[in-house]
Design a protein around this ligand. Structure first.
Ligand SMILES: NC(=O)C1=CN([C@@H]2O[C@H](COP(=O)(O)OP(=O)(O)OC[C@H]3O[C@@H](n4cnc5c(N)ncnc54)[C@H](OP(=O)(O)O)[C@@H]3O)[C@@H](O)[C@H]2O)C=CC1
Ligand SMILES: CC(C)(CO)C(=O)C(=O)O
Length: 345
């Protein structure tokens, strides 16, 4: 049987992790930066899931490239850059796509599929000829262990938009050992994920591992307030955020505000977090890169502006993350109590 060809554009933590598992069942090409691709060419690519299951793909088990032209001939192109890199990445791959290519965003934030579609419009002016763009969602955190090794550090199952043309990709993902569901309503899924991603900034501002940060009730109170603002806006715009945990989204702020022993007991049953887990925004601040804050708390603020409803806690978090971006390595590491005071709670 023919193996599906999958290219990954922007192969960093998410792209290398997905590509590593997919390589068992698909012909995978990773397009990423020189240092990352060279490490994979030297060592092979090692991926480890939350249960400790691990696989090393030998260097000849997949292709690596630093140039976008390497996506040519791929049936599926996964976009795994940070959101700020989406437009450039898509403009680079556009000349090498065909009208029957399928582009899937596995990124955080609500807007990537439309950003991708807009960026493809220059190369494919007619919508009828344009590659199909689908939303995907990665629920778990991936830590780069260094070299060419990546580890999943929290639990969850991938999601991708349900569509007749997604089946070969889903079969390859399952064949490679990834757990994935097709979902009819990705807007609800991405809103549900946004609620969890509102913790990215809080985690990044503290500089703490996720497990330590989430045991701090002050941090959780700040997160709960951000979620309250987002949930109110979801109601306003008629989106019912999808459930990412056994608890319904509307119950998350109350769980977060619970005293730590009660929170820890309830969370233990639902949320698995390895001690090394940190948000991807913490990685960005440490690497001196701009963050995705405009797509997370920033998206809530924007939604509030569009619908005449303020989101003051989210707005303050955006300011603090901007300060942290400007602060570089000397940026402040906030305690939960300081953060809570800084957002006025
Ligand atoms: N990391 C995680 O645990 C999770 C991340 N996500 C989301 O997934 C997305 C990807 O995140 P993550 O994997 O952490 O990001 P990374 O920064 O680890 O990976 C993206 C990689 O793509 C490279 N890149 C960007 N543009 C191009 C280009 N045009 N050509 C070639 N390479 C390019 C980047 O290089 P450079 O930095 O030099 O631009 C970087 O190496 C984000 O939206 C994130 O929020 C979702 C769930 C969990
Ligand atoms: C930590 C996690 C899985 C959820 O907030 C994430 O999406 C990220 O690190 O960007």
């Amino acid at each position: 049987m023919d193996r599906t060809r999958v290219a990954v554009m922007g192969a960093g933590s998410i792209g290398c992790y997905l590509g590593g598992w997919l390589a068992a069942a698909a012909d995978v090409t990773l397009v990423g930066r020189q240092a990352t691709m060279a490490a994979i060419d030297r060592e092979g690519l090692t991926v480890t899931d939350l249960s400790g299951r691990t696989r090393t793909v030998r260097p000849d088990g997949l292709a690596t490239a630093t140039d976008a032209s390497a996506v040519v001939g791929a049936r599926y192109v996964l976009i795994t850059t940070k959101t700020l890199g989406t437009e450039t990445a898509v403009r680079q791959i556009a000349p090498y796509l065909q009208h029957d290519s399928v582009v899937i965003s596995f990124q955080n934030g609500m807007r990537n599929a439309s950003l991708i579609d807009e960026a493809l419009a220059a190369a494919f002016p007619s919508r009828a000829s344009r590659p199909l763009v689908l939303s995907g969602m990665v629920p778990y955190n991936i830590v780069h262990d260094g070299g060419a090794s990546w580890t999943q550090t929290t639990n969850g199952r991938l999601k991708v938009k349900d569509h007749p043309r997604v089946d070969p990709f889903v079969r390859a993902a399952c064949g490679g050992g990834l757990r994935i569901d097709v979902e009819p309503d990705m807007r609800a899924v991405l809103f549900g994920k946004l609620l969890l991603n509102l913790n990215n900034a809080i985690n990044a501002l503290t500089g703490l591992p996720l497990t330590v940060e989430l045991r701090d009730r002050d941090c959780r109170v700040v997160l709960a307030a951000c979620q309250d603002e987002a949930l109110a806006l979801a109601r306003r715009v008629g989106v019912a955020p999808a459930r990412m945990t056994p608890l319904p989204p509307s119950a998350l702020p109350a769980l977060l505000r619970a005293p730590t022993p009660l929170y820890a007991n309830l969370a233990r049953a639902t949320l698995k977090v390895a001690p090394t887990a940190r948000s991807s925004m913490a990685d960005d601040l440490d690497a001196g890169r701009p963050t995705e804050i405009s797509e997370l708390q920033g998206a809530v603020v924007q939604l509030g502006t569009d619908h005449g409803s303020a989101a003051p806690v989210c707005a303050r978090i955006v300011e603090l993350v901007r300060e942290a971006e400007a602060g570089g390595p000397d940026r402040r590491r906030w305690t939960g109590a300081q953060l809570r005071r800084a957002v006025g709670l």
